[in-house]
Design a binder for this molecule. Structure first.
Ligand code: ZN
Length: 171
C-alpha cells in the first residue's frame, strides 16, 4: 500500500453502503404499501421481504461503523427510476404502477446497487474495504436473482398502463 488510507476507506465505504441500504429499504416499503393498496398481496410481500433484508443490512452496517467509533451519517444515495424522470424519489413512485413495473424498478436498482459496490471495490486501495465491497455486491446479485424470478410470475401490462382515465388525485 502506498499510503495510510485504511480507516477512511472502510468508513467511507460503510457510510455509502448504509445510505444505499436505507434508501432501498424505504423504497421497498413504499412499493410494498403500494402493492397492498393495489390488491397485489403476493408482490407486496416480496417487497416487504426485500425491505426487511435491506433494513437488517443497514442495521448491521451501522453496527460496524459504531464499532469503529463512527456514526452512519455522511453517505448519500438515491434510487433512480427507469420509468420516468419525474419519479426519482421513493415518495414519488407512480401511483398507477403495476407489479410488473414495480419489479422492473426494483431490478434496475438492484443491478445498480451491485454495480455501485463493484465500483467501490475497484476504487479501494485497501484489501479489507475491497473484500467488503465485493461481499456486498454479491448480496445485491442475490437480490437481482430474486427479483428476476418474481418477474417471471407477473404479467406484462398493456402499453397504456400509465394513461389514467381520471387523474384527479394530487396531479
Ligand atoms: Zn438489494
Amino acid at each position: 500500500m502506498n499510503e495510510q488510507v485504511k480507516p477512511d476507506e472502510i468508513v467511507e465505504l460503510l457510510r455509502q453502503a448504509y445510505a444505499m441500504e436505507v434508501e432501498a429499504a424505504d423504497c421497498y416499503y413504499d412499493l410494498s404499501d403500494q402493492m397492498f393498496a393495489g390488491n397485489n398481496p403476493d408482490v407486496a410481500n416480496i417487497f416487504s421481504h426485500l425491505a426487511d433484508i435491506e433494513g437488517r443490512h443497514a442495521d448491521e452496517i451501522e453496527g460496524r461503523l459504531k464499532a469503529l467509533g463512527h456514526n452512519a451519517a455522511g453517505g448519500s444515495y438515491s434510487w433512480d427510476d427507469p420509468l420516468g424522470p419525474e419519479s426519482t424519489a421513493s415518495e414519488d413512485i407512480h401511483y398507477l404502477m403495476t407489479p410488473y413495473h414495480a419489479l422492473q424498478l426494483a431490478l434496475h436498482n438492484e443491478k445498480r446497487a451491485a454495480e455501485f459496490f463493484r465500483m467501490l471495490a475497484d476504487k479501494s486501495s485497501e484489501a479489507e474495504a475491497r473484500a467488503l465491497a465485493l461481499e456486498y455486491a454479491g448480496e445485491e446479485d442475490e437480490h437481482v436473482k430474486l427479483v428476476e424470478e418474481w418477474l417471471t410470475r407477473v404479467d406484462e401490462p398493456a402499453v397504456d398502463w400509465h394513461d389514467d382515465e381520471d387523474p384527479a388525485v394530487g396531479q
